[in-house]
Design a protein around this ligand. Structure first.
Ligand code: CMC
Length: 431
């Protein structure tokens, strides 16, 4: 049953505002006509209370620590699916049937290699260029090599969506491995006709004279890591992809914008910041007390990295899965990483600390992901690139929702202007 509208009283005017209810019972007041009817806009700095779209991709209940993709709980996907299947689910809305899964994998394998001319773009980068700057530049360059897939016309770009989506997921992964090789001064390794995660490990760690010997536990851990990052509702980078996409910008360009948004330390960059924090605790021989004390100051530059979340006010369900997997992977690989102990101690201490408890600050997905990546041989400066590889299906699905919405409009928030009121220009000699 449709709930009765809300009533907003402004001065003497009663404004009736429709209520929208989502499929999980989330309620919103529809203010789309508010400005036209009253001259007022909604002020919501940082959009924390703004529903910017209707979306059928991911359901997130931050109060209860729930995350579901297309209805499927994240813990079930983590236990039974792998990254490519979950990517299909996120992009297409259904778990793939065998033939669909086969075709999706085939499209990815056929489009995994990076064009030779693009190899030359690498040479323009300094060896120590930030990997996310390289990744976003290289993804920005993809339309130049595939103009037929990047027409900046929704209808045409949607006609080629199956190819573009598979190509982008595949190529972002290949570019990630190439960035690693380039920075190490190693020759690029071409993709092979093998599964997605194995292919990534091959492109990272094979040598021209010797193929990387796969380790099933490593492949499984990598699949889990990517799967857990595959989508996360209207976060900073995904909202960026939607905003850029709403201008009818093609999928590659929109995702490149998302990569830039992800690079910030409060978003995707947090995984590397967590490792730096754990390493410095280790180097100082501290038990983390100093970091916790500094984090209590409330200053943004002293935050306990890997803790807190803009939406979760309870455990991040991904952090629970990844924390457990982290211990298992390290045990299976026979690795004793002192940073794991430090992270566990830090978590225990923070969860008993009044500052963190009262603010409902729990570990997020980034708290343990770095330790797994380190165990897989991935250097810290590539962590956010790994996040980007994982998040690509989510960005693609969100772009598709924008591009295929017949009632879609360009994203264009308003503002409250607080600058100087109108004043006359002053000639230079009178200033
Ligand atoms: N350490 C110390 N204090 C914190 C932290 C933290 N990690 N996170 C939040 N707070 C404080 C914050 O200062 C505020 O204090 P007060 O009420 O006294 O002003 C209070 O907790 C509530 O903050 P909030 O409103 O929950 O935080 P937010 O929504 O502005 O920011 C966040 C969310 C994720 C940016 C923030 O928690 C943070 O900076 N965490 C560390 C960075 C991090 O791990 N980011 C990864 C996020 S998960 C991966 C992703 O999706 O990108």
């Amino acid at each position: 049953m449709q709930p009765s509208p809300a009533t907003l009283k402004i001065a003497d005017q009663d404004i009736s505002l429709p209520i929208i209810v989502g499929s999980e019972g989330e309620k919103a007041i529809d203010t789309r006509k508010l400005r036209a009817d009253t001259g007022y806009i909604c002020y919501d700095q940082g959009y924390g209370n703004t529903g910017s779209c209707e979306s059928a991709i991911t359901y997130l209940d931050g109060d209860n620590g729930i995350l579901r993709h297309r209805g499927y709980p994240i813990d079930q996907l983590a236990a039974h699916s792998n990254f490519v299947e979950t990517a299909y689910l996120i992009v297409y809305g259904q778990l793939p049937k065998p033939q669909q899964r086969k075709e999706f994998g085939q499209r990815m394998r056929e489009n995994a290699a990076i064009e030779t001319q693009m190899h030359r773009l690498f040479e323009g980068f300094p060896k120590n260029a930030p990997p996310m700057a390289m990744l976003s530049s290289l993804v920005s360059a993809l339309p130049a090599f595939h103009p037929q897939l990047a027409t900046n016309n929704f209808e045409q770009d949607l006609q080629n969506f199956d190819l573009t989506a598979a190509m982008l997921i595949s190529k972002v992964r290949t570019l990630g491995a190439m960035i690693y090789r380039y920075q190490k001064g190693l020759p690029f390794i071409f993709p092979k006709d093998i599964p997605f995660a194995d292919n990534f490990l091959h492109m990272m760690f094979s040598e021209p004279y010797q193929d990387y010997a796969g380790i099933p536990e490593v492949t499984r851990a990598l699949n889990l890591l990517l799967l857990l990052h595959a989508d996360h509702e209207q976060n900073c980078s995904t909202s960026t992809v939607r905003m850029v996409g709403s201008s009818a910008a093609n999928l590659f360009t929109s995702v490149a914008a998302g990569i830039n948004a992800l690079s910030g330390p409060l978003h995707g960059g947090a995984n590397a910041a967590v490792m730096q924090m754990l390493q410095s605790i280790h180097d100082e021989g501290d038990d983390g007390t100093r970091f916790i004390a500094a984090a209590r100051s409330g200053s943004k530059s002293n935050r306990l990295m890997g803790f807190g979340h803009a939406v979760y006010r309870n455990f991040d369900p991904r952090a629970k899965i990844i924390g457990k997997a982290c211990e298992e992977v390290l045990t299976k690989l026979g690795i004793q990483d002192p940073l794991l102990k430090i992270a566990q101690n830090l978590e225990r201490a923070a969860l008993q600390d009044e500052y963190f408890v009262s603010r409902k600050l729990y570990p997020n997905v980034d708290f343990y992901s770095g330790i797994i990546m380190r165990a897989l041989g991935i250097p810290t400066n590539l962590f956010t690139v790994m996040f980007a590889i994982g998040r690509t299906p989510g960005w693609i699905a969100n772009w598709h929702e924008v591009a295929s919405n017949p009632k879609g409009r360009i994203y264009r928030p308003r503002q409250i202007y607080v600058g100087p009121v109108m004043r006359d220009y002053i000639p230079m000699e009178q200033r």
